[in-house]
Write a protein that binds this ligand. Structure first.
Ligand code: PT1
Length: 276
């Protein structure tokens, strides 16, 4: 299967890596040697060289406990970075946002697809994506980032998320978004206990029933820290293990910080899957 982007295509006949490019103040740790745009450009070049098929740019942190940012702040962070990358590279860009105005301006600045952890539930978001006619990743989250880890509860984790997808897909189709533009992400780390997150990866295949490409974001997340008792900068091996399992269970796109390692891991998955 291939996904048509605003410019170019994403070939999902092999699993691909989506490189994470956070443009949030807490993601700068170079001590002020480079400005935000130069730092982002540098990271984007490295991820492209390492084999990322797409770069996911986000200006609002959605990790547990994160506070929302306003629209001006988010635009000020992401638009100059999208413009700068577009100036020197054709690499596909995904905009990680829930705000319809940011989706619009990001795509106008050169982004190729939308990645929304709120699955287009903000007022006006489905209409904007329908009008832009770009691919969109609909992610499941229970609650909102600031409070989602309080005490997440499900009737039936896998089925509850399936019902959410069905409802979101129906609303997207009703707004005029084409079926072939939709990707799904069950939202590892979003309103889920470590047990929920592990179960999600174990049963990832279940979501293939929608016959849409699946995305998995496990990179450096706290469930890995919980199992391995490791800090965020020590979670590479755990991240690769989960990316491998998700890929073997049908994920088409792995969202990751460590692009080179993740590319090798999923190439091995693909090789095993194609073996006689
Ligand atoms: C994701 C994702 C995302 N994750 C998609 N977009 C984040 N489609 C941002 C933790 O438990 O998985 N899929 N955009 C980052 N969010 C988190 C969530 C980061 C949880 C860390 C944790 O540590």
């Amino acid at each position: 299967m291939i996904i048509n982007l605003k410019h170019g295509v994403l070939d999902l006949n092999q699993p691909q890596v989506m490189g994470i490019l956070n443009v949030t103040p807490d993601s700068f740790s170079d001590g002020g040697k480079f400005n935000a745009v130069d730092t982002a450009l540098f990271q984007a070049r490295q991820m492209e060289a390492d084999g990322a098929a797409i770069i996911d740019i986000g200006g609002e942190s959605t990790r547990p406990g994160a506070e929302p940012v306003n629209i001006e702040q988010e635009l000020d962070r992401v638009i100059p970075v999208i413009t700068a990358i577009r100036n020197e590279s054709d690499i596909p860009i995904s905009i990680d946002t829930s705000k319809p105005e940011v989706m619009l301006q990001a795509v106008q600045a050169g982004a190729d697809m939308v990645n929304d952890v709120c699955a287009l539930q903000l007022e006006g978001a489905p209409d904007v994506v329908a009008e832009l006619d770009v691919p969109v990743c609909l992610m499941h989250m229970l609650g909102e980032p600031r409070t989602m880890q309080a005490s997440p509860q499900y009737n039936d984790l896998i089925e509850d998320i399936k019902m959410f997808f069905k409802q979101r897909i129906d609303q997207c189709l009703a707004a005029g978004i084409k079926q072939e533009r939709i990707l799904l992400d069950p939202g590892f780390g979003f309103g889920k206990t470590p047990e929920h997150n592990l179960s999600l990866i174990k049963h990832f295949r279940e979501y293939l029933s929608f016959e849409l490409p699946l995305l998995a974001g496990v990179s450096r997340k706290s469930t890995i820290g919980y199992i391995l008792n490791k800090e965020v900068d020590e979670r590479l091996y755990g991240s690769i293990a989960l990316a491998t399992i998700a890929t073997m269970n049908g994920a088409s796109i792995i969202r990751a910080h460590d692009v080179a390692a993740t590319v090798d891991a999923i190439k091995m998955c693909q090789a095993v899957n194609l073996a006689p």
